[in-house]
Design a protein around this ligand. Structure first.
Ligand SMILES: *[C@@H]1O[C@H](CO)[C@@H](O)[C@H](O)[C@H]1NC(C)=O
Ligand SMILES: *[C@@H]1O[C@H](CO)[C@@H](O)[C@H](O)[C@H]1NC(C)=O
Length: 236
């Protein structure tokens, strides 16, 4: 009986982790959900940079997000310094959660612009916050720096918003924008409109191999008739 009690106690102790315990674990050791759930909210928040840096199971991300919300007593109270560290916890945020966040800080926006495979509803909710919160900036005001932070969030904008981005700002960010994942066709077509603008890369007739490489996936959305039209003089 006593022996069983000791074993149970040891098990319990071995699985009650603090942030320091987590940081001391060898790199090869991955926390199980059960182990993660022994962390107190304080330790979860303290260890967020570490916990969020690798892809998480849904239950794990949900647990970490709820711990953060509880620790700060509500979504609206979570400091920007914590939001910038969310990384792979980000998929746990529901579209409704974004109603309680303010996305006005470029470093916070940068967290949400990375590619975590968010669904369309989540990205749309983020885009709505950016439209409202981001220093009153409209797409025509976005700089290279802004576009670099926004990344995947741009995939939730519509074609007319994308086309109002300054072609020069698009050009500066073209390498990155040409690598966006799962962007809907209307957004890619919007980028293609910017790409052929004289202040960006101009007529496709004048493009080199390296231009095509720079614009990446956007090259697939240059309207065919535009390319044919511009190639005509060369073909004759
Ligand atoms: C979200 O904001 C509403 C209104 O301010 C508040 O009642 C609610 O508790 C908040 N939810 C969370 C999870 O922070
Ligand atoms: C694009 O989105 C903006 C912001 O939500 C909206 O005001 C505008 O009407 C939309 N345009 C089209 C063509 O859907």
């Amino acid at each position: 009986m006593l022996k069983i009690l000791i074993i149970i106690t040891n098990c319990y102790l071995a699985h009650t982790l603090t942030c320091n315990d987590v940081l001391d674990l060898p790199d090869s050791k991955r926390l199980t959900l059960k182990e993660l759930q022994t962390l107190q909210p304080k330790d979860t928040v303290q260890c967020l940079a570490h916990l969020g840096k690798e892809q998480l199971l849904k239950e794990e991300a949900d647990f970490i997000w709820q711990s953060i919300v509880n620790y700060h007593g509500g979504i609206g109270n979570i400091p920007d310094a914590i939001l910038v560290l969310l990384h792979w916890v980000t998929p746990a945020l529901t579209p409704d959660d974004y109603g309680n966040l303010t996305l006005s800080n470029i470093d916070v926006i940068q967290n949400f612009g990375l590619n975590y495979g968010l669904n369309e509803d989540q990205l749309s909710a983020i885009a709505d916050r950016v439209r409202e919160d981001f220093a009153g900036k409209e797409p025509q005001d976005y700089s290279f720096y802004d576009l670099t932070a926004l990344r995947q969030i741009l995939c939730a904008f519509n074609q007319s918003e994308i086309e109002s981005i300054r072609p020069l700002a698009y050009k500066e960010a073209a390498i990155l924008l040409g690598k966006l994942e799962n962007c809907k066709p209307e957004v890619m077509q919007g980028f293609a409109t910017l790409a052929v603008h004289p202040n960006a890369f101009g007529s496709p007739a004048g493009w080199s191999e390296s231009t095509i490489r720079v614009i990446g996936k956007v090259a697939d959305y240059i309207p065919q008739e535009f390319i044919n039209q511009n190639n005509k003089p060369n073909n004759n």
